[in-house]
Design a protein around this ligand. Sequence first.
Ligand code: ZN
Length: 539
Amino acid sequence: KAEVADYIHQASLETEIERLSTEKEKTGVFTGAYCINRLNGERVPILTADYVLHTYGTGVVMGVPAHDARDFVFAKKYGLPIRVVVAPPDWDGGDLEDAYLAEGTQVNSGEFDGLSSSEGLQKIADHIEAQGWGERKVNYRMRDWLVSRQRYWGTPIPIIYCPECGEVPVPDDELPVVLPEDAEFLPTGESPLALHEGFVNVPCPDCGRPSKRETDTMDTFVDSSWYFLRYASAGFQDGPFDPEAIKKWNPVDQYTGGVEHAVMHLLYARFFTKALRDLGLIDFDEPFVRLFNQGTIIYQHQKMSKSRGNVIAPDDYVNEVGADVVRSYLMFLGPWEAGGDWSDSGINGVARWANRVWEVANRDSSELDHSPVNENSVRDVQRALHKTIKKVSDDMDSFKFNTAIASLMELTNTLTQAWERSDLTSDAWNEAVSNLVAMMAPITPYLSEELWEATGHESSVHTQSWPEWDESLAADETITLVVQVNGRLRDRIEVPVGIEEDTAKETALSSPKIQPHIQGKDVSKVIYVPGRLVNIVAG
Ligand SMILES: [Zn+2]
């Protein structure tokens, strides 16, 4: 008994986190007592152990060493029997090397043998309830959340402390409590609100006696846990959010953030959503439909850190090349989910692109009407434009910003070259330039707005609808090539106009209709007659 008391004292000196950790060595001591497992009538030894918490369930748990990682380690250490009751699919009846946690088939379970473990769980629970030995219970691993912070920036906690009435809530018609704009920020360790006489000293809402306002503010997670509901109707005055606007805009289609959001914000926001759903205020279960984690921007192949001295301050670059270029470069320097390595030459390349777009959009297109038009050139620019609209639209939808920008750069080059040839109609030029500027609007909002005006448009580029592509205009023009093997016609293939000789030959050789005719043979020669045929000599 003394040993048990001593052990309990030792364990009480550890924190719950230490005790719950799967890393830490589990300890325990046999109490000398047994209980009877009603399901099979067997005696079960009772031990006291440091990894069992009184806050979890009743504080007394049934050890299941074969199917719980901590129980397994504990049982090994103290030589307790490890009885398999859920058999892994390939189990040979021998000892387990580790706790088996997945689904399996029940064994050593009397009348419940042979059931799948999930079915068995329900059947055993049914049995226990039918016998009146106990009932099902959901265990929430929830703790209280201390939401007050000693900070200015946060939502004020609407409570007033009256010397007579105690804690009095601010009346509804005085909500929300608004932060004063003239607070002084002094290094006192207290919220600046506590030093603001006008904010702190208020009459008691109930009795009018001089009282003090609460000066702590709420953790910003309290706000971010439901701001996506308020955003749908930020001007709504009759409640936290307009139910009609929620129906239209929520749940949020796309959530993006760093991986660190995976735990805190998503957990809180989902919890609030489920609580509001249970209250009948919203009718969806999850606040965010899709999650996309962006990668990290590194520098000189290392994570940026002040101690390494390799921190890039965006403000310096914004001053030098503008916010549009910095933003475009961040989108361009790598796949969005992977991040990338910041380089000065990289951002300069993007700055040059922005300058080229500026030049292109400021050309006087009427000059083109004085020179001869080449219809093929017009068609080429049109095709390039529609291909780009298609590519950028698809890329934007799937967060492939780097390849979207690469396509826009290509289109810019196509236009620069066309201007030098001076063989387009002004209409074809204007159409391509306007769409280029419109597609750039989400990437370079300031530049695009300027150029939208410079290209003769009146309303804002940001109120335009997204450009649409025409599949037939985006399509490559094709020709039919005849493919012969040893002079006999074997196939006809569709290829783009102007296909390169090597590509034409490869396409012909890999055609499914040609394969059987050359399989196992030596291809000694492939002859290409441009625009007409490919002849394969094989023997
Ligand atoms: Zn009072």
